[in-house]
Design a protein around this ligand. Structure first.
Ligand SMILES: [Mg+2]
Length: 373
C-alpha cells in the first residue's frame, strides 16, 4: 500500500473576519492510499499555519512540507514515518505547530492501519481495558448566577459527575470567583467533582497560593494551568503547598516537553491534547512517562469528533485511561462534522469496536465550511 495524496482541509463556521469562541474552526487531514483506504486526522491549532506546513514545497532536507514527505510511503510504517516527519521539519519544527501537523497525520495513519487490519485502533494499541469511559464537561462561566445555574443543570442532566469551568476572566477577581464556586457547590452537592481552569492567569506562586487558600473550601478536583507552563518553579511550589491537585500541559508537544514539565513542576495530572502533542504515537510515550512520575493523564480535548474518537481509542487502551473531556460546544463542527459522533450517554462515552477510528465524515459539511485559499 502506498500513500497517494495528503489533503489539509481548513474548516471555519464564522466568516474569517469574525471571532471564533470555541470549536468553530478546525484543520482536518485526509491521507489517501492506492488501495482506496482513507485515513482521517485533525489538529486543534491554527488551521492556516498547519495547512502551510503540510503543503509547503521542500526547501532542503530538514525543511520540507509534510505532504511531500509522505507521498509514496507505506502508511503502515507509522513509527518510521513519524520520525521521518520529525526530521524533515527539524529547522521549522521540533515543537509547537509542526508537531501539531504531525499529530493530525499520525492519527490518520493509525486510522488507515486499523482499517487495513480490520481492527479498531485500540486493538492495535494493545487492546481495550474498558467499554465505556467516564466524561467531564467544561463550561465558560456566564454573567449571572441564574445563567450559571442553568448551564450547570444542563451538564448534570447529561449524567456528568465531573465539571470544569474557566475563561471569561475567571481567576482575575477572587471574590467573584469564590462567589461563582460557592453557588455551584451548593447546586451540585458534595458528590460532583468541580475543577477550575485558570489558563495561566494567576501571576506567580505567592499570588496563586493566596487564591488557593481562599478556594480550598470548595473541594476542587484540580486547578488547571494556575500559572504559565514555563513557570516550572512556581508550579512545583504549588504542587507541594497548595493542597489542591495541580494540572496542565494542554499546550505542550512531544515527550521532551512533557519530561521537562513533569520533572520541573511535578503536577498531579498532565493533560496532553492528542491532536497537538504528537498524535497517538507520541501520546503512548507521554503516558508511560507520566506513570513513572506518578502523574495521572487526563487528556485535553475540545474540537471535532475526530479528536474525540482518537482520544477514546487511546484511553480505552491504557490501564488508567478512565476520564475524558467531552466538548460542550454547540459548533456544527463538533455536533455534525463526524456523522456518527460518539454521544455522551449518562455521563460516559462508549468505546467503538469499528475498524480504524470508526468515524464517517459529513461531506456536505466539509464542502459548506471549507476555506478555499
Ligand atoms: Mg485548559
Amino acid at each position: 500500500m502506498k500513500i497517494t495524496d495528503v489533503e489539509a482541509i481548513w474548516l471555519r463556521v464564522p466568516a474569517l473576519d469574525q471571532a471564533c469562541e470555541w470549536g468553530e474552526d478546525a484543520l482536518i487531514v485526509r491521507i489517501h492510499t492506492d488501495t482506496g483506504l482513507i485515513g482521517l486526522g485533525e489538529t486543534d491549532s491554527s488551521p492556516a499555519v498547519v495547512k502551510a506546513l503540510i503543503e509547503t514545497p521542500a526547501s532542503h532536507e530538514t525543511c520540507q512540507g509534510l505532504r511531500q514527505v509522505l507521498i509514496g510511503e507505506n502508511p503502515l510504517e507509522i513509527d518510521r514515518l513519524w520520525k521521518k516527519m520529525y526530521r524533515s521539519t527539524e529547522y521549522m519544527g521540533r515543537r509547537g505547530v509542526a508537531i501539531h501537523a504531525i499529530s493530525a497525520l499520525d492519527i490518520a495513519l493509525w486510522d488507515i492501519a486499523g482499517q487495513h487490519y480490520q481492527v479498531p485502533v485500540h486493538t492495535l494499541l494493545g487492546g481495550k481495558y474498558r467499554d465505556r469511559i467516564e466524561a467531564y464537561g467544561t463550561f465558560i462561566p456566564a454573567a449571572t448566577d441564574e445563567q450559571n445555574h442553568a448551564i450547570v443543570a444542563r451538564l448534570l442532566s447529561q449524567g456528568l459527575r465531573s465539571i470544569k469551568l474557566g475563561g471569561a476572566g475567571f481567576g482575575e477577581n477572587l471574590p467573584r470567583d469564590a462567589h461563582i464556586l460557592r453557588k455551584i457547590r451548593e447546586q451540585v452537592g458534595d458528590e460532583v467533582q468541580i475543577q477550575i481552569d485558570l489558563v495561566g492567569r494567576w501571576l506567580n506562586s505567592s499570588h496563586a497560593m493566596a487564591q488557593c487558600n481562599a478556594l480550598r473550601e470548595f473541594n476542587l478536583g484540580w486547578i488547571e494551568e494556575p500559572l504559565s507552563s514555563d513557570d516550572l518553579r512556581g508550579l512545583a511550589y504549588l504542587a507541594e503547598h497548595a493542597g489542591i491537585p495541580v494540572s496542565g500541559g494542554e499546550g505542550l508537544a512531544t515527550r521532551h516537553e512533557f519530561r521537562a514539565f513533569l520533572e520541573g513542576s511535578r503536577p498531579a495530572i498532565v493533560q496532553p491534547d492528542i491532536t497537538r502533542c504528537g498524535g497517538i504515537s507520541e501520546m503512548l510515550h507521554i503516558y508511560e512517562m507520566a506513570q513513572e512520575y506518578g502523574a495521572r493523564l487526563v487528556p485535553h480535548g475540545f474540537s471535532t469528533g475526530i479528536l474525540l474518537a482518537a482520544t477514546i481509542h487511546f484511553l480505552a487502551s491504557r490501564e488508567f485511561g478512565n476520564l475524558i473531556e467531552y466538548s460542550q460546544s454547540d459548533s456544527p463542527l463538533f455536533r455534525g462534522l463526524v456523522k456518527n459522533l460518539t454521544p455522551l450517554e449518562n455521563g460516559s462515552v462508549k468505546v467503538s469496536d469499528t475498524p480504524g477510528l470508526g468515524i464517517v465524515l459529513d461531506e456536505d459539511m466539509v464542502q459548506r465550511y471549507r476555506v478555499r485559499k
